[in-house]
Design a protein around this ligand. Structure first.
Ligand code: C2E
Ligand code: MG
Ligand code: MG
Length: 585
């Protein structure tokens, strides 16, 4: 259907002129109709007050969307945008013999509700607006065709222009618009099936850190070049952000699609002898009316799942990914109530000394006891609430629970059992947590050394180092959690004043698998010793692991072999009994 046919259809469905016009172009920008109507209705309000013809308002909206004049920082785009706006109004006024006011076209003042009612009753929009609408569409289509031609011609030149921020942004905007238009057209016109393929590089951050950001940029350029080679004129690609790329393609059957993705994989696998591993997420389009953004989201969900999958690096979006969306929705809708209704609680997992065979502390781990769903484990909800920021509130709640427990122990005469709490990385972005922790210690009047802080090792060592330093200066004991699980920069050990490193469970597994694994562990323990850091092994599950750890000089352990995380009362009783045993001895 042409833009004009669509406009006419909307007019017959009793939409206003501006809604009909903007709605006709909505698909070109990946907008669904509902959103388009909402936007044009908002702008229509202004138009009604000013008396301007609604076709002008809607056309300027279309131009704004097409050229991307929405970045107020981007002065060049703004100038260009204003030129285009003027050009449109001039041509429109010429075509309408100078009539640009709604009142003059309709013969009614639509800012008055009673007159607007008459416009509706008499069907005036359908009778009097089509001339202005058709003229607007002619001008818009002309201008857009011109613009498209320009992008196509200049995009090669743009590549040669030295990279500065302005050009990068400009190029990004035009590319994104160009891509969206092409994809919309493909969805609209293609008789074949269509797939959205999104991919990124596993551990791209490490590539950047190891070889430098310039090399990282070269890698991204290389991928673009390979995509240019692999894609034909009906296959479109874009670098969405950082190392995330998307390709939209037609395909006949799944075998052909798989072969295309494998080709992309093999063409992007190696750059200057550095191996790159891609994770591909694929969404095969079923409903072409769906919003473009939603299709992208589904491909993104599949990509993220592929990233976590150790067996396959290509995953198709399947309905079960929706499950994870429902899960997310459940968490977001229930998390506030869960705090106010005290559904979160701490489980405590003891830490042991192998040689003394006694409890030397505990870690507080959150559990969500939902009245209908039962117990929900942190891995199921922490990633979601870290994304939406709610983790801060939850952590404060858990830290306070830990303080309350420490106080409870003290009251019973147990004052040698430090409790560690987990500090999400989100806290390290600002200074709030330092004050909150210090206040809690004061409010519960417990010794600072009894509340220990676990911070997970990450790639952002600079940021962690700074915050950790401040916490350390405040007098807190710091444990580096999950050491060896991912990035393992040894620098962080030098730069950050951790007191203890907690060896990740992976170390335990590798140690049992090979002599090499054991050797590495031995070296880490020797190094920690030299740096005067304590070492605690996490995830210790077997007697053999305990013996090996003891042989290589690691005494502190935490794991199922000794005890699983348990409810507060159970751990409290364990401590009380331990006290009695010792008293009895
Ligand atoms: P983590 O801090 O590394 O905690 C250790 C996790 O390993 C716990 O899982 C614990 O139950 C599990 N674990 C302990 N011993 C063994 C073992 O021998 N074998 C195996 N397979 N697992 C063992 P959990 O409680 O499910 O917690 C998972 C992660 O969630 C924690 O890892 C931590 O990163 C996070 N987390 C838990 N509670 C909180 C919290 O209150 N705040 C924040 N920010 N994160 C939390
Ligand atoms: Mg921990
Ligand atoms: Mg850990």
């Amino acid at each position: 259907m042409t833009h004009k046919e669509k406009t006419e259809q909307f007019l017959h469905q009793h939409y206003h002129c501006s809604q009909a016009l903007f709605g006709a172009f909505a698909k070109d920008f990946g907008l669904d109709l509902k959103t388009a109507f909402r936007i044009s209705t908002c702008f229509g309000g202004g138009m009604r007050q000013g008396g301007t013809c609604g076709c002008i308002t809607a056309s300027l909206l279309v131009l704004g969307m097409a050229f991307g004049f929405y970045d107020s920082q981007d002065k060049e785009q703004e100038v260009y945008g204003n030129q285009k706006t003027e050009e449109f109004i001039k041509r429109f006024a010429q075509g309408m013999d100078g009539v640009v006011c709604c009142r003059d076209i309709l013969g009614r003042d639509i800012s008055k509700p009673e007159e607007m009612a008459l416009v509706r009753k008499e069907g005036l929009i359908l009778k009097k607006c089509p001339r202005a609408l058709n003229l607007s569409i002619d001008i818009l289509e002309d201008m857009l065709a011109d613009y498209l031609k320009n992008i196509k011609e200049t995009s090669i030149e743009l590549k040669d222009i030295p990279e500065n921020e302005m050009h990068r942004v400009l190029r990004g905007i035009s590319k994104r618009n160009y891509f969206q238009r092409n994809v919309s057209e493909l969805l609209y016109t293609s008789a074949e099936r269509i797939a959205f393929i999104q991919f990124d590089i596993q551990k791209f951050k490490i590539v950047n850190d190891l070889y430098g950001e310039k090399f990282g940029d070269e890698v991204l350029d290389f991928i673009e070049r390979q995509l240019e080679k692999c894609c034909n004129e009906r296959q479109f690609f874009i670098n969405l952000r950082s190392d995330v790329f998307m390709v939209v393609t037609e395909y006949k059957n799944e075998r052909e699609l798989q072969a295309f993705i494998r080709e992309l994989d093999s063409q992007t696998r190696l750059f200057k002898s550095v191996k790159l591993q891609m994770s591909f997420g694929v969404y095969t389009v079923e409903d072409r009316e769906m919003e473009l953004r939603q299709m992208e989201d589904r491909a993104a969900m599949a990509r993220k799942a592929a990233k976590k999958n150790i067996l396959r690096n290509i995953l198709f979006y399947r309905e079960q990914f929706k499950e994870s969306l429902y899960n997310r929705k459940f968490i977001e809708e229930n998390m506030q109530a869960a705090i106010s209704e005290r559904q979160f609680c701490i489980y405590l997992q003891p830490k042991y000394s192998i040689t003394k065979n006694e409890i030397i502390g505990a870690e507080a781990l959150v559990r969500w006891l939902h009245p209908e769903r039962g117990m929900i484990f942190p891995d199921q909800f922490i990633p979601v609430i870290e994304e939406n920021g709610f983790i801060k509130r939850l952590d404060y709640y858990i830290w306070e629970e830990a303080c309350r427990f420490i106080k409870r122990c003290e009251a019973a005469g147990i004052n040698n059992c430090p409790v560690s709490v987990n500090v999400s990385r989100i806290h390290l972005r600002d200074n709030e947590c330092i004050g909150i922790l210090s206040d809690m210690i004061k409010d519960y009047s417990i010794p600072k050394k009894l509340l220990e802080l676990e911070i997970t090792e990450t790639a952002d060592d600079q940021q962690i180092s700074m915050k950790a330093l401040q916490l350390k200066e405040e007098g807190f004991t710091l444990l580096m959690d999950d050491f060896g699980s991912g990035y393992s920069s040894l620098n962080i050990l030098l730069e950050t004043p951790f007191d203890v490193i907690k060896l990740d469970r992976k170390f335990m597994i590798n140690m049992m698998l090979s002599g090499k694994g054991r050797l590495i562990l031995e070296q880490v323990i020797t190094m920690a010793d030299k740096l005067q850091l304590g070492v605690l092994a996490e995830g210790v599950e077997t007697k053999e692991q305990v013996e090996l750890l003891q042989n290589i000089g690691c005494d502190q352990v935490q794991g199922y072999y000794y005890a699983k995380p348990m409810p507060e009362d159970e751990f409290y009783n364990l401590l009380l009994n331990k006290g009695e045993e010792q008293a009895g001895n």
